[in-house]
Design a protein around this ligand. Structure first.
Ligand SMILES: [Zn+2]
Length: 277
């Protein structure tokens, strides 16, 4: 297997060569957040970074330095180990980083995001596209691997649970201690759960996404921080999930490569008489 190409590990002439030969960058964006008793607080940026490296090894796209902090729904605030940044701060940070990538010759960027901040990222690309002429796509592993997750896991994806812990066990087992994992159903719905949906199971999509309805601050009610039953996690389940997500992003990158030369990109920024952002 070819090696990933990692921005911070190479020199600027080497980066220039990748921009001229491939022209596609992957920007891993995670979060620093509690992941129960059994997984480290870096899960989300490790996942974003490790999945990005696998995509890079197969496509030659460059992996930008991972962003370790993320934006959070307000009900995550207050949990020990979690370091949230505001959505507005994150959007401006991503804007500046994307400008840095563009100024180094990469006008096609895959945002590899691995945390409950997908709505911030969707807003980010809408905002940034007014300002920066750069193709952007937000890749969230559990969306890309939704069907595979339903196939290999027993429980719906929430957080630090069977699904996410499986990914951790596959990518960095040395940082996980499954002897500390325990079942945690302490987080009770405070309105009928038919009105809210977890992130993945598509059959429940006719309900409010969790970011569309206010919720109980988790640090006040959760026992372990890992809702569900992470004891069901295995590295094999994680491998199936990660490989599925990687395949989808590789497919997108190959599609971009066959339709656009390294310095070409689908036009993004509108031609305006006056900039509106
Ligand atoms: Zn996570």
């Amino acid at each position: 297997m070819a090696k990933p190409i990692i921005w911070q590990e190479i020199t600027w002439p080497e980066i220039e060569k990748v921009s001229k030969e491939v022209g596609i960058a992957i920007l891993p964006i995670g979060a620093t957040e509690q992941h129960g008793f059994h997984c480290p607080t870096g899960v989300d940026f490790y996942n974003a970074y490790e999945i990005s490296k696998k995509v890079s090894a197969r496509t030659g796209a460059i992996v930008a330095p991972p962003m370790p902090y993320g934006s959070h729904p307000y009900f995550h605030y207050g949990f020990t180990g979690t370091i949230p940044i505001r959505a507005t701060t994150q959007i401006e940070f991503v804007r500046d980083v994307i400008k840095g990538l563009v100024n180094s010759g990469f006008r096609k960027v895959i945002i590899m995001q691995a945390h409950g901040q997908w709505w911030t990222m969707h807003t980010a690309i809408q905002e940034i596209a007014l300002d920066v002429d750069c193709f952007m796509a937000v890749a969230t592993w559990w969306e890309l691997a939704c069907k595979k997750i339903k196939e290999v896991c027993e429980t719906p994806f929430k957080h630090a649970d069977e699904v996410e812990s499986s990914v951790s066990l596959y990518l960095y087992p040395e940082l996980c201690d499954m002897s500390k994992a325990k079942e945690d159903y302490s987080l009770k719905p405070y309105i009928d759960k038919k009105f809210t949906r977890p992130a993945v199971h598509a059959e429940l999509i006719n309900a409010f996404p969790i970011e569309s309805i206010t919720f109980v601050p988790q640090e006040s009610v959760m026992e372990t921080g890992a809702p569900g039953d992470p004891r069901k996690a295995t590295a094999d389940k994680g491998k199936a999930i990660v490989e599925t997500a990687v395949d989808v992003v590789v497919d997108l990158i190959e599609h971009l490569k066959s339709n656009y030369k390294p310095d070409q990109f689908p036009k993004v920024k509108p031609d305006l008489e006056e900039d509106m952002y």
